[in-house]
Design a protein around this ligand. Sequence first.
Ligand code: SF4
Ligand code: SF4
Length: 123
Amino acid sequence: MQVYVEKEYCTGCQHCKDVCPVAVFEMKSRMVGDKPNPEVNTDKAPPEHQWTGKVDKATYDKWANVQDGHRHFANDNDGTSGGISVAVNGDACILCQACLVECEGECIVITDDSGNVYKSIYK
Ligand code: SF4
Ligand code: SF4
């Protein structure tokens, strides 16, 4: 299984990490100083969805002020939320699809071994 996150849409809600039974996701800092954290681009996101430090405006406007107990677009992770999600362990994915329905940014993409593509749709 190949898993990646379309970085510009990730709110940092951490739902993916919290629901994944096989620890596919890790939350990384968004920026190191004033530069995008290069560790964020270690999953298989295609070039147009790699992290450049720019959040999609519509996604930001939708989630920035939502009070649901998760921090949105925070630079660092505090154990509950914040940072940006990186699919560090896509090989372990069992396609349970839990992350796909919990992803606020609708930005997780999974490709199975037959080439079928699954994208997140927030429930
Ligand atoms: S579909 Fe894969 S990546 Fe998503 S929660 Fe399930 S095992 Fe984890
Ligand atoms: S669930 Fe989606 S929006 Fe939330 S941290 Fe994971 S990839 Fe980002």
